[in-house]
Design a protein around this ligand. Structure first.
Ligand code: 48F
Length: 254
C-alpha cells in the first residue's frame, strides 16, 4: 500500500507542477486580494496559479482585529461579499462585520471552484525579466521549507503572462523587481502610517500594472505608491482584487 500512496502523490504532484509551470496569471500571495483576483480571473477562463509561502491561506485575515475574531467591510464591497456567498452582519455606521474563518474559507473556495490552482508552501524569490521592451515573464521559486533551512538550493521557474504581487505590506516582488532591474523603472515609495478612509479608496485607485507583465493588488499597493495603510477593514482588499482582474483581462486580451 505504501508504494501505491507514494506513486499517487509523486505522479500526480509532478504532473501538476509541470502543468502549472506556464500559466496566464501567476499570483504571489493567497491573502484576500490575491484570492479575490484569482476567482474573477479564473472564471473569465484564464489559467491562474497562486503561490503561497505558508501552508494555509488567508494572509492577514485570520488575526481579525488584533486577534478579536471579526473583520470589517464597507457597503461598497458587498457585491463581492455576495459573489463569494460570505455572510456579513450589518452594524453601526454603515459597516458590516464578517467572521475571519468564514472569509478565509469562502475566498479560497471561490477561487478554487472558479478553477484557480493554489500551491502552498511556495516562496516566490525573484522575477524573470526579458528586455526590449523590458517585461516580467515569470518567477523563480523555492519551497518555503528550503528557504527556511538556509540550504543553498537553486530555485525553479514558472512562466506567466501576468505576474501579480499580492504579497502584503512589503510588496516583496515589486521591491525585488525594481531593485534588480532598474530598466523596469519601478520606484518604491514605501507605505505610510494608517489613515483607513483615505487608504481604502486610494488602494483601489492605484491597483493595476506597475511594469509590463507586473501588477499589484491589496495592501502592497501602499508600499509601491506611498499610500497610508489601513487596519482590519478588508473591503479595499476585495475591491482591489476584483479591479485587478478586470485590468488583467483587458491587457491579456489585447
Ligand atoms: O498580507 P496579506 O493578507 O495581503 P493582502 O491580500 O491583504 C492585506 C490584509 O490582510 C491586511 C490589511 C488590509 O486590511 O492591512 O494586512 O494585501 O496576504 C499576503 C500573502 O502573501 C504571502 C503571505 O504569506 C500572505 O499569505 N506571501 C508574502 N510574500 C510571499 C508570499 C512570497 N514571496 N511568496 C509567496 N507568498
Amino acid at each position: 500500500m505504501e508504494l501505491q500512496i507514494n506513486q499517487a502523490i509523486i505522479r500526480e504532484g509532478m504532473r501538476d507542477l509541470e502543468d502549472f509551470s506556464d500559466v496566464d496569471v501567476l499570483i504571489a500571495g493567497a491573502g484576500p486580494s490575491g484570492l479575490t483576483a484569482a476567482k474573477y480571473l479564473a472564471e473569465r477562463g484564464f489559467k491562474v496559479l497562486i503561490y503561497e509561502r505558508r501552508l494555509s491561506f488567508g494572509g492577514g485575515i485570520g488575526g481579525g482585529g488584533n486577534m478579536i475574531p471579526k473583520i470589517v467591510v464597507q457597503t461598497e464591497a458587498l457585491p463581492i461579499v455576495e459573489d463569494f456567498k460570505i455572510r456579513a452582519k450589518k452594524v453601526e455606521n454603515g459597516f458590516f462585520t464578517i467572521d475571519p474563518a468564514e472569509l478565509i474559507a469562502k475566498l479560497a473556495t471561490g477561487a478554487l471552484d472558479a478553477g484557480a490552482k493554489i500551491f502552498l508552501g511556495v516562496n516566490v524569490d525573484d522575477v524573470i525579466v526579458r528586455d526590449a521592451p523590458p517585461r516580467v515573464v515569470g518567477v523563480l521559486w523555492h519551497w518555503t521549507a528550503i528557504q527556511l533551512s538556509g540550504l543553498h538550493v537553486d530555485p525553479l521557474y514558472t512562466h506567466c503572462k501576468a505576474l501579480v504581487d499580492a504579497t502584503g505590506h512589503d510588496a516583496e516582488l515589486i521591491a525585488i523587481a525594481g531593485r534588480k532591474n532598474p530598466e523596469l523603472g519601478i520606484e518604491m515609495a514605501g507605505e505610510k502610517s494608517n489613515w483607513s478612509e483615505v487608504s481604502e479608496r486610494l488602494v483601489v485607485e492605484h491597483t493595476g500594472r506597475v511594469a509590463q507583465g507586473l501588477y499589484v493588488t491589496g495592501i502592497a499597493v501602499c508600499a509601491v505608491y506611498g499610500l497610508p495603510r489601513m487596519g482590519p477593514i478588508f473591503g479595499g482588499m476585495l475591491m482591489s482584487g476584483k479591479k485587478l482582474a478586470e485590468i488583467i483581462e483587458k491587457d491579456l486580451k489585447n
